[in-house]
Design a protein around this ligand. Sequence first.
Ligand SMILES: NC(=O)c1ccc[n+]([C@@H]2O[C@H](COP(=O)([O-])OP(=O)(O)OC[C@H]3O[C@@H](n4cnc5c(N)ncnc54)[C@H](OP(=O)(O)O)[C@@H]3O)[C@@H](O)[C@H]2O)c1
Length: 283
Amino acid sequence: MKSVTDCYTLQNGVQIPCIGFGTWQAENGEIAYHAVRDALNAGYRHIDTAAAYGNEASVGRAIRESGIPREEIFLTSKLNNPDHGYEKTMKAFEKTMNELGLDYLDLYLIHWPNPIFFRENWQEANAGTWKAFEELYRAGKIRAIGISNFRRHHIEELLKTAEIAPMVNQIRLCPGDTQDEVVRYCREQNMLLEAYSPFGVGKIFEVPEMKAMAEKYGKSVAQICLRWSLQNGFLPLPKSVTPERIESNTRIFDFTLSEEDMGVISGLTGCVGFAHDPDQISF
Ligand SMILES: NC(=O)c1ccc[n+]([C@@H]2O[C@H](COP(=O)([O-])OP(=O)(O)OC[C@H]3O[C@@H](n4cnc5c(N)ncnc54)[C@H](OP(=O)(O)O)[C@@H]3O)[C@@H](O)[C@H]2O)c1
C-alpha cells in the first residue's frame, strides 16, 4: 500500500480503499459534514458511518456536495440493533438511503450479532437480516455485504443459512487488543478485517510505550497505530473531527515498523482495554 486510495480486494472482486474515515461521535450537522469534507479533501475515499451514529444525513450531504464522482468514494453504513430480521432490515436500509440521499451503498454491515432486543432468537433474526442483505446485494443496491463485532460462533451460525458469505468483519483491533482467534478464523474464510477504534477511542495517546515508539520512528502515536494496523493486513478506520489530525493520519506510507516492534505493539495487552463481549452488550 502506498496511499490512502490503494485498495484491498474483497472476495467478490470489489476494491476497497485501505484506510476508512471513521465518523462515530462526529455529531450530525456541521461537525460531521465538515469532518467528511475535510477527509475527502485530505484524500480519503472511504467513509464509515452507521444508522446508530445518527449522522448519515450529514455524511451523505458531504459526499454529494464534494464534487467527487460517487463511484470514486467507498461508503459503508450499518444496520441498527433494533432492526434485525428480514422486514425490519428492508425498511432500515430504505431509511439509511433516504438519510444519505444516495442511491447505492458500497458496503452494508450487521452492526452487532446479538443485540439485547433479539437475545432469545438472534440466530433467526440474523438469518432474516442476511436474506435481506443478499437480496439488496443481488439487486445492485449494495456492492458488498458484511458483519461487525461477530465472533466465530456468530459467523458459523450465519453460514448455516447464508447463500453469500460475508466479505468483511469490522471489529475492534488496536494495540494490545488483537482478537487473535476471530482474526485467524476470518482469514481462513477470506474475510477482510476492518479495524475499528484503531486509537482505542483516544486512550492510546496516553500509553508510554507508544509514545516511546513514536519518538523512535519520528512519527505520531496515531501514525504508529495505523501503520501497525496496515502491516497486520487490517483496514484501519481512524476517526477525527480535527483537520490537522485528519490530514496527518494519512501520512503513514513512508515508513515501516520492524517485525520486533510489531510484536511489541501487539503485546501491549489490554493497554487500552478490550472489545465488548457481543453476547453481553446492553444495547
Ligand atoms: N462497528 C462498530 O461497532 C464500531 C465501534 C466503534 C467504532 N467504529 C468505527 O471506527 C471508527 C474509529 O473508531 P473510534 O471513533 O471508536 O475511535 P478512534 O479512531 O480509535 O479514536 C478517535 C479519537 O482519537 C482522536 N484522534 C484522532 N486522530 C488523532 C491524532 N492524530 N492525534 C490525537 N488524537 C487523535 C480523536 O479526536 P478528534 O476527533 O477530537 O480529533 C478521537 O477522540 C469510528 O468512528 C467508527 O466509524 C465502529
